[in-house]
Design a binder for this molecule. Structure first.
Ligand code: DAH
Length: 346
C-alpha cells in the first residue's frame, strides 16, 4: 500500500510539472485528487485495512495529499502568470491610461429639501417621526375624525388593500396623507409634543403634470399648554424665511379639514414677484401652501390626550410641490422618473 501511494505521488508530481496550461492542470487535479481521484479512493479504503496499518497508511496518505495539493496550487499560480503574460503580448495595452470615470451619486432634490426642512424644524425643538405607508383605515381616517360615512373621505381617492389586515384595526389602505402619524405619536409619547413627519403618501390619481399617485408630504404639529395659532404663524414664518433665505409673509384663510377646528389654508407671499403678481402665484401675490388648524378634540382624544389640559395645532404640506416650486420643475413625473438627465441638474 505504501509503495502504491508513493508511486502515485511521483506520477502525480511529474504530471503536474509537465502540465502546459491551467486546463491540463485541472484535469490532473481531478484524476488524482478529485472526488473519484486515485488518491481519494485509496484514502477512502483506509477504514477497511487491518487495524495496525490504518494509522500508518492514513497518515502517509494525508501527508501526500497535502503535498500534492500544494504542488498543484504552486503550478497553477505559475501557469496563470504565464498565460496572462502571453495574452498581454498580443494586446495593445497602456497601463498608464486613466481608468473609467467613477460616477459619484448625489442626494435627490426631494431629499435635499426634506433634509433642509428637518434641520430647520429640529433647531426649533421638533422631533422627526416616521409612520407606516401601508396604514390601517383607522389611523388614516377614523382616528382623524373622519368616520366612514363622512363626505370628507371623498377628498382623498384612496387605494384600499384587499388581502391584508392590521391586527388591531382591521382594514388597511395606502396612507393618503402623513396625518395618521399624529395619533400614532400621541399614543406613543403623550403631550407635550413638537413633531414633524416627512413621508410618502398615495392617492388613486390619474397622473398628469401636477398629479402623481405617489408624492411626499410633511406633517407638523405642536401640542402644549396655551398653544395658539399665533405660535403656528411664528413657526411657519421662521421656517419659510430660513428655507428661502428671504423674509416671507404668511397669510391664514379659513379652510375645512375634519381633523382641525378651526381649519385654515395657509399662503405665503410670492417670492418670485414679491407680491406683485406673476405666473407662479397666478397673479395673486400669494402662493397656496398648506392646510392647518387647531387639532380637533376628537383627534386628541383618539391619541389619549386630555383636551381640557392640552391643545395644539397641526399642518400638512406637499414636499413635492415645494420642491417643484423651489426649482421651477414643471412636471411632477420627472421627480420619480429616475432619469439622470433630470436628476443631475440638482
Ligand atoms: N392631511 C391633509 C391633506 O393631505 C393636509 C392637512 C391639512 C394636514 C390640515 C394637517 C392639517 O395636519 O391640519 O390634504
Amino acid at each position: 500500500m505504501e509503495k502504491q501511494i508513493n508511486e502515485l505521488k511521483d506520477a502525480c508530481l511529474s504530471a503536474v510539472k509537465q502540465a502546459k496550461n491551467v486546463h491540463e492542470l485541472q484535469e490532473i487535479e481531478v484524476k488524482y485528487l478529485g472526488r473519484k481521484g486515485e488518491l481519494t479512493i485509496i484514502l477512502r479504503g483506509v477504514k477497511d485495512l487491518p487495524d495496525d496499518q490504518k494509522p500508518v497508511i492514513g497518515k502517509l496518505g494525508n501527508i501526500v495529499k497535502t503535498e500534492l495539493e500544494n504542488a498543484v496550487a504552486n503550478q497553477k499560480t505559475k501557469l496563470q502568470a504565464k498565460e496572462l503574460e502571453e495574452s498581454l503580448k498580443d494586446e495593445d495595452f497602456d497601463i498608464t491610461a486613466p481608468g473609467p470615470e467613477i460616477r459619484v451619486g448625489h442626494i435627490h432634490p426631494l431629499s435635499q429639501t426634506q433634509y433642509e426642512v428637518e434641520k430647520i424644524f429640529n433647531s426649533m425643538g421638533f422631533m422627526i417621526m416616521d409612520g407606516p405607508e401601508a396604514e390601517s383605515e383607522y389611523y388614516n381616517f377614523e382616528g382623524l375624525n373622519i368616520p366612514s360615512w363622512h363626505p370628507a373621505r371623498d377628498m382623498q381617492d384612496t387605494f384600499f388593500i384587499k388581502n391584508k389586515r392590521d391586527k388591531k384595526h382591521g382594514k388597511m389602505v395606502l396612507r393618503t396623507h402623513t396625518s395618521p402619524v399624529q395619533v400614532r405619536t400621541m399614543e406613543k409619547y403623550g403631550a407635550p409634543l413638537r413633531i414633524i413627519v416627512p413621508g410618502q403618501v398615495f392617492r388613486n390619481e390619474a397622473t398628469d403634470a401636477s398629479h402623481d399617485a405617489a408624492f411626499d408630504q410633511i406633517e407638523g404639529f405642536m401640542i402644549d399648554k396655551d398653544i395658539s395659532l399665533s405660535h403656528l404663524k411664528g413657526v411657519l414664518k421662521e421656517f419659510l424665511t430660513r428655507l428661502f433665505g428671504k423674509e416671507v409673509v404668511v397669510r391664514f384663510r379659513p379652510g375645512y379639514f375634519p381633523f382641525v377646528e378651526p381649519g385654515l389654508e395657509v399662503d405665503f407671499s410670492c417670492l418670485i414677484c414679491e407680491g406683485k403678481g406673476c405666473r407662479v402665484c397666478k397673479k395673486t401675490g400669494w402662493v397656496e401652501f398648506m392646510g392647518a388648524g387647531m387639532i380637533h378634540e376628537n383627534v386628541l382624544k383618539a391619541g389619549g390626550i386630555d383636551s381640557k389640559k392640552w391643545q395644539g395645532w397641526a399642518f400638512g404640506f406637499g414636499l413635492t410641490r415645494l420642491v417643484m416650486m423651489r426649482h421651477g420643475i414643471d412636471d411632477i413625473r420627472h421627480l420619480r422618473s429616475g432619469d439622470l438627465r433630470f436628476i443631475n441638474q440638482f
